[in-house]
Design a protein around this ligand. Sequence first.
Ligand SMILES: C[S@@+](CC[C@H](N)C(=O)[O-])C[C@H]1O[C@@H](n2cnc3c(N)ncnc32)[C@H](O)[C@@H]1O
Length: 195
Amino acid sequence: MSSPVVPTVPDIVVAAERRAAEHSFVCSCAAPTGPLLATLAAAVRPGGRVLELGTGVGVGTAWIVSGLEGREDVEVVTIERDDALADVVRNAKDPDLPVTVLTGDVEAVLPGLGTFDLVFADAEGGKWSGLDLTIAALAPGGVLLVDDMDLARYSAPEHRAAVTRVRETLLTHPSLVSVELATGTGHILSSRRPR
Ligand SMILES: C[S@@+](CC[C@H](N)C(=O)[O-])C[C@H]1O[C@@H](n2cnc3c(N)ncnc32)[C@H](O)[C@@H]1O
């Protein structure tokens, strides 16, 4: 009998997880978010664009890059408000992460960036607040993955209210088709209708 296939973790992700340990950063995306990101990135159209909201130390970024497998026609942009974290990813040399790291608050930076074919919303900005900006940044046919949507993770009433608001907006938005996934920390996956 053949042994079961064990999914491998790409080297670029291993390096990012090492950075997380070195910097005691504990908020990186957890399985299965990373492989889901890689899967979605692999489907981005030629010449497409990918956006991550909340870079951390680049674990999610690395999963996105792994899904692109060296495709230079796809632009990857990630936004992080913490200067030090943004620099960690910008200066990553193990190997380089071929991405543009923008420093600033998502809600300030996002309006000038145009539209994207895949958006990973993993920061409070652009999710708990400014979700309208994130939806507006989705190209027609674009896909949005929103992380940390499991309400059971939150006890503070204001956090529960924010997550509930995000869920309601995504599930009822006329331009979106959305599905809740009981995976990892809870995801909502949305596609923007072509028109
Ligand atoms: C959950 S961590 C991101 C993890 C990363 N996406 C990954 O998958 O490894 C959230 C990050 O978003 C950043 N952040 C939170 N609110 C933000 C905002 N309004 N604008 C920009 N970055 C923000 C935090 O500093 C933190 O690094």
